[in-house]
Design a protein around this ligand. Structure first.
Ligand code: ADP
Length: 469
């Protein structure tokens, strides 16, 4: 059975089931017909014996039978016996060889050899002491003929019935499984043609196959999108890597041919250095992104004190301390991986300076609001036009490549990835020529201390900052 297709299996099961049902129906019909036949015969027997009883009388000690009395009528033989069970009139059927005791008014089945008889006795009293027995005897209805007929019909009809049941159920199963064939064919064609743009495209419906096909199409759509974005990513990454490589190669060739003075060589070397730095930054960012995506860089969550983390981060950043302002309440903590959180904040702060005014500032503030801890990095820089605010999170997207030299366009993608790994998300408010505010929303730890008044830890002396909301 395992080797058969599901369609054939369904057809076989249905056919067997139908066959079983038909056999049960036949058995039921036979038993019902037997009961009906016996009941009809019993009432025939009772009617005939009672009719004969009404035509029986005793006149002057002699038995008188009326003209309506029939010893044999409609298969019923009537016999008259004396009180002492001596046969007075009538003739027993030859095969009724048993001696059956008399029982007044009770119809019963009596076996005599191979035959079965229905017997009914009625006592006709005559005077105080005397009387006669009327015994009706009738062959029990034979079911055999009916059975034979039914079996004959069954023998003729059953094969045709079973064949049409098998064919019908196979066709129904085939039609029901057609969407599955289409799913299989689509999957095979995707496999052969390596084409993820194909869809099963079943019309929407509530049946399981339509739902399976819809889910399959959605899956294909997601696969196609992620495949496309992977392709795009590979193309972008190789392009971004190729650019500094070709600049370095070009610079080397130029230096070989034309650089004559030590000053010129020094300039070329500096340029090669910058491009090599850019490549190394790009490679480390790409590796970091891949590790985060593949989960090979484990996220070790622990309770992190924000003021401590931010103070040590500010110490590491190579920026003018008077341009960085911290507004972080004492004792505010989050559940985070400290090195990933520091990487996220460093990216945002460096961007704040990179895309800020030469004398601009960056403000870092933290607060607990509702069930979230908000960490905001705000600057008073060039801002981001509203049409680009969604795009800056994409890999390699740079709003203005001329600004922020050495940028790779990967920083904010990593920021968002780290936020998501912590169960959080990023929001941005930005006004061109006023500034930008990037906010990290993290779930607040359940027993986090209430937000106190922000303790201003100012590396410089500049308070406030632009309002970009
Ligand atoms: P990168 O800085 O390496 O170019 P990012 O992913 O960090 O890449 O940023 C993507 C783009 O978003 C930047 O190129 C820049 O145009 C814009 N951007 C990011 N931060 C700021 C900011 N604070 N102010 C203005 N523009 C920004």
């Amino acid at each position: 059975m395992r080797k058969l297709s599901v369609k054939t299996r369904i057809a076989v099961w249905l056919t067997l089931l139908m066959g079983l049902l038909a056999a049960l129906l036949l058995a039921f019909l036979l038993s019902v017909s037997k009961v009906v036949a016996v009941r009809t015969a019993m009432s025939q027997l009772a009617q005939t014996v009672r009719s004969n009883l009404s035509h029986t009388a005793m006149l002057n000690g002699r038995l008188e039978l009326g003209s309506g009395f029939d010893f044999y009528q409609d298969g019923v033989t009537t016999l008259i016996y004396s009180r002492d069970k001596a046969l007075l009139a009538g003739q027993l059927p030859a095969s009724f060889t048993v001696e059956e005791a008399f029982q007044n008014g009770l119809t019963r089945m009596v076996s005599a050899g191979a035959e079965q008889y229905l017997v009914l006795d009625l006592w006709l009293p005559m005077g105080w002491e005397n009387g006669v027995w009327l015994r009706g005897v009738m062959e029990a209805p034979e079911n055999r003929r009916l059975m034979f007929k039914l079996l004959l019909v069954a023998l003729i009809i059953m094969p045709a019935f079973m064949a049409s049941a098998a064919l019908g159920s196979y066709r129904i199963a085939k039609r029901a499984f057609r969407p599955l064939d289409s799913i299989t064919a689509t999957a095979a064609s995707i496999n052969e043609a390596q084409d993820l743009s194909r869809r099963i495209g079943l019309p929407p419906g509530k049946d399981e196959f339509s739902q399976l096909a819809a889910a399959f199409d959605q899956l294909l759509q997601r696969l196609e999108r992620s495949f496309e974005s992977e392709k795009q990513f590979t193309a972008d990454a190789s392009h971004e890597l190729r650019t500094p490589v070709s600049i370095i190669t070009g610079a080397c060739e130029y230096a070989e041919r034309y650089d004559e003075t030590g000053e010129e060589r020094q300039e070329t070397i500096a340029m090669i250095h910058r491009q090599a730095d850019k490549m190394s930054q790009l490679i480390s960012q790409l590796m970091s992104m891949t590790r985060l995506e593949q989960g090979t860089e484990p996220v070790r969550l622990e309770r992190v004190s924000l003021d401590k983390l931010l103070r040590s981060l500010c110490g590491e950043l190579a920026c003018d301390p008077s341009r960085l302002v911290l507004e972080v309440p004492n004792g505010l903590t989050v559940e985070a991986d400290p090195s990933l959180l520091a990487r996220l904040l460093r990216n945002l702060v460096e961007n704040g300076f990179k895309y800020g005014r030469p004398d601009g500032h960056v403000w870092i503030s933290a607060a607990k609001e509702g069930g979230e801890v908000l960490l905001e990095v705000r600057d008073d820089g060039m801002g981001i036009p509203s049409g680009q605010q969604d795009k800056i999170w994409q890999r390699f997207y740079r709003a203005d490549p001329a600004r922020g030299e050495g940028g790779t366009g990967l920083g904010l993608s990593i920021v968002r990835q780290i936020a998501q790994l912590h169960g959080g998300y990023m929001t941005l408010e930005s006004v061109p020529r006023v500034g930008s505010a990037f906010t990290l929303h993290l779930p607040a730890p359940e027993d986090a201390a209430d937000q106190g008044s922000p303790i201003k830890f100012q590396t410089g002396k500049t308070p406030g900052g632009p309002s970009v909301s």
